[in-house]
Design a protein around this ligand. Structure first.
Ligand SMILES: Nc1ncnc2c1ncn2[C@@H]1O[C@H](COP(=O)(O)OP(=O)(O)OP(=O)(O)O)[C@@H](O)[C@H]1O
Length: 485
């Protein structure tokens, strides 16, 4: 299945909708770059077209792009080596001087607001310095401008991308329908645009989900699509403790982006505010049951048990209630003690980020798959590839593979993975000399989940096919786990 957000990614700046002023400012920045030599920060909410605008700009200018992740510590070295003052020499001049790309490579630096924690103070200021001194144009991408260090902000020009209004989203959706030959009700497009509230990427995703199979789109299709939307924790608590049947509550639990462990804590913390007497006793039985399943998951790494935990915590607790309840409740946030779960959460977050999956999908579908593929670290090369691709440490590798506490085996796997990552980084850096393409660059960027969904669809049933495709992947220039094999 082709992802429509990729298929219809704007290839020229004029196709980037809803932010005309920002778009013009960006074009102006690029055209005058030789005069000012400043980097630029493009910031705004997810899915408003920042990444697309950067690449479209490069295409319009005839520049190549190199995509790097600012939150990766090694990034400043890469920039320093190839675009730092010290290297204004043969590497770039020789390879790019006379060709028809305009002689420039646009460095697209994603996650510029996410370098804290990954860098020490010196590292962060080194990045600021190379950004300031770089000999190539740099676009930094950020969701939250004020999460960037002041130094980095001061080193750059600033362009804000606003949320894309429903009015600007509708024509994009209409255009896609026409190109896909999809019959549509105008109201359905309006509704998709409205519920997605400024986020064009998720609007396009919703359109694809609702229209792709039967090539027709009615208002009803869109209303149903709504049910797949993720659910916040407070409406979830209301649903389980007051409103829904057992079956509905289980469905709702799958829509909340929290682990079953955390859902259990939320419910245990708040059930007394709504239930009393017998129903409370029954609810506690179900929560205890959920907890037993969660203990089993921790002991065995069998994520299949999460399903039973969810049945108990949502279905059981909802079924324990006598009828429906009303009113408004002030729910408490439970205490989250650090525990062995923090490794699980960390792994889920990394895999979700790299794969462009939601946390919930990662937990339910991707992680169990990775665990099965690398059970007890076998096969080893696949385990190394996984550790490299997702940048997992020893605790994370032990956790996923179920190999217990950190062992020599796990340590050597992580060491090899580290080496692989460095090699991959080098390979891609070499291409700064001229052959580097946008697609290659995407492979550098292991935590840029949003627009480079890896080729290795971990939720794909057919692992064989994925492995067999490894060579083809390399030719495609697509990034994925197979790059590390
Ligand atoms: N302004 C826009 N005009 C046209 N299409 C857009 C626009 N914004 C987003 N899209 C669609 O959404 C997809 C994702 O957009 P893009 O990756 O550029 O968003 P982003 O702002 O960089 O998001 P993030 O901050 O999550 O990386 C694009 O491939 C395109 O299909």
């Amino acid at each position: 299945m082709v992802d429509w957000t990729e298929k219809y990614r704007p290839s020229t700046l004029s196709a980037v909708r809803g932010n005309d002023k920002a778009r013009d400012a960006l074009a102006e920045w690029a055209k005058t770059w030789d005069d000012h030599r400043e980097a630029v920060v493009v910031h705004g909410s997810p899915g408003v077209g920042k990444t697309s605008a950067a690449h479209a700009l490069a295409a319009d200018m005839g520049w190549e792009t190199v995509e790097l992740n600012a939150s990766d510590q090694r990034t400043s070295d890469v920039i320093e080596r190839f675009a730092g003052r010290a290297s204004k020499n043969a590497t770039l001049a020789g390879s790019t001087g006379g060709d028809d790309t305009g002689g420039r490579q646009l460095i697209v630096l994603d996650e510029a607001d996410n370098i804290h924690g990954n860098y020490d103070r010196g590292g962060a200021s080194a990045l600021t310095r190379v950004v300031k001194d770089a000999d190539q144009p740099i676009v930094l991408l950020a969701n939250d401008y004020y999460d960037m260090s002041r130094g980095l902000r001061n080193a750059c020009r600033e362009i804000e991308f606003r949320d894309v209004s429903a009015r600007s989203i509708v024509p994009v959706l209409r255009d896609i329908c026409r190109r896909e030959d999809i019959e549509f009700e105008a109201d359905a497009l309006d509704r998709i645009a409205e519920v997605n509230d400024g986020d064009l990427r998720s609007a396009v995703n919703d359109l694809q989900a609702a229209a792709e199979s039967d090539r027709r789109l009615t208002v009803d299709d869109v209303a149903t699509g709504d049910r797949d939307r993720s659910l916040d924790i407070f409406p979830f608590l209301d649903a389980v403790l007051k409103e829904e049947s057992a079956e509905e509550a289980i469905q709702s639990a799958y829509r909340v982006d929290e682990t079953p462990d955390d859902l259990t804590k939320w419910l245990a913390e708040n059930v007394t505010k709504v239930y009393e007497g017998e129903e409370l006793a029954r609810a506690y039985d179900h929560l205890a049951d959920a907890d037993r399943w969660l203990g089993r998951v921790r002991a065995t790494q069998e994520y299949g048990y999460w399903r039973y935990a969810t049945d108990a915590l949502a279905g059981g607790v909802a079924a324990a209630r006598d009828g429906q309840k009303g009113g408004w409740t002030r729910f408490n946030r439970p205490q989250f003690w650090p525990s062995s779960d923090s490794t699980a959460d960390e792994v889920v977050r990394k895999v979700a980020d790299s794969g462009g999956f939601s946390m919930a999908t990662t937990r339910r579908e991707v992680l169990p798959f990775l665990a099965a593929m690398t059970h007890h670290c076998k096969p080893r090369d696949l385990t190394v590839a996984m550790a490299a691709y997702y940048d997992l440490d020893e605790a994370a590798v032990s956790f996923v593979t179920g190999s217990g506490e950190t062992t020599n085996k796990v340590e050597s796997i992580v060491a090899d993975a580290q080496e692989l990552r460095e090699e991959a980084m080098e390979d891609h850096s070499d291409a700064f000399g001229g052959e580097y393409t946008t697609a290659d660059a995407a492979a550098d960027d292991d935590s840029n989940g949003d627009d480079s969904v890896p080729e290795t669809e971990a939720s794909d049933d057919d692992a064989e096919a994925t492995a067999d495709d490894a060579d083809a992947d390399a030719d495609d220039g697509q990034s994925g786990l197979s790059d590390f094999m």
